[in-house]
Design a protein. Structure first.
Length: 190
C-alpha cells in the first residue's frame, strides 16, 4: 500500500470512529480534519465533499466485508452458509449499521443530502454483490426475480442489524444462524 492509500485509510478509519462515536449531527469534513490533526484542505484533497467521504466510508466497509467473505469462502464451499455466518457473527461489530443509521437520521426528501447519495451508492453495490452470490446458486433466474430475492435478503440482514443489539439478551434465544440460513434458502427457492 502506497503512502496515498495509507493516508486515505487513516482518514476513513478516523471518520468512521468519529461518526460512530458522536453521531451525524456534528459530523463534517472539518470535524474529521480536526480529529485527524490535518488541515481541511488536506482532507479535501482526498475527499473533496462530504458525499465523497461518506461514499468512501461505505465502499471501505463493503470492500472489508467482501474480503472477509472471499477468505471464508475459500475454507467452505457453501457460500450461503458462509455469508449467513459472517453476517450473524458480525452483528456485535456492525459499524456499517451505525454508519447507515446515522446517515438515515439525516435523510431528507430533496435527494440532495450527501448521506442519501452515499447510501444509494452503497445499496446499489450491496444489491450487485448479493446478486452475484445468488446467481451462482440459481443461475437461470430472471433479473427482475433475482432483484426481488436480493432485496428481501438484504432487508432480512438489515433488520437483524437493527434488532440484534436489543434482542440478543432478551428474546433471541434460538439458533439465529440456522433460522436465518433457512429463511434465506426459502427466499431464494420461492
Amino acid at each position: 500500500m502506497n503512502k496515498r492509500e495509507m493516508k486515505k485509510l487513516e482518514i476513513l478509519t478516523i471518520a468512521e470512529e468519529l461518526l460512530a462515536k458522536q453521531g451525524s449531527a456534528n459530523f463534517s469534513v472539518r470535524e474529521v480534519a480536526k480529529k485527524c490533526g490535518h488541515s481541511l484542505s488536506s482532507i479535501q484533497y482526498y475527499f473533496p465533499t462530504l458525499t465523497d467521504l461518506l461514499a468512501a466510508m461505505f465502499d471501505k466497509s463493503m470492500d472489508d466485508a467482501i474480503t472477509r467473505f472471499n477468505a471464508l469462502k475459500q475454507e467452505d464451499n457453501n457460500q450461503l452458509e458462509v455469508l449467513v455466518n459472517m453476517i450473524v457473527d458480525g452483528l456485535d461489530h456492525a459499524s456499517i449499521c451505525k454508519l447507515a443509521c446515522e446517515i438515515w437520521t439525516t435523510n431528507d426528501e430533496s435527494g440532495e443530502n450527501p448521506g442519501q447519495k452515499a447510501l444509494l451508492s452503497f445499496y446499489s453495490r450491496y444489491i450487485e454483490e448479493m446478486s452475484n452470490i445468488i446467481k451462482q446458486k440459481i443461475p437461470y433466474t430472471n433479473e427482475s426475480e433475482l432483484k426481488q430475492k436480493v432485496v428481501m435478503i438484504i432487508a432480512l440482514f438489515e433488520g437483524l442489524l437493527v434488532i440484534y443489539p436489543l434482542g440478543k439478551n432478551n428474546f433471541i434465544d434460538f439458533d439465529l444462524k440456522e433460522k436465518v440460513l433457512n429463511t434465506v434458502k426459502l427466499i431464494i427457492n420461492t
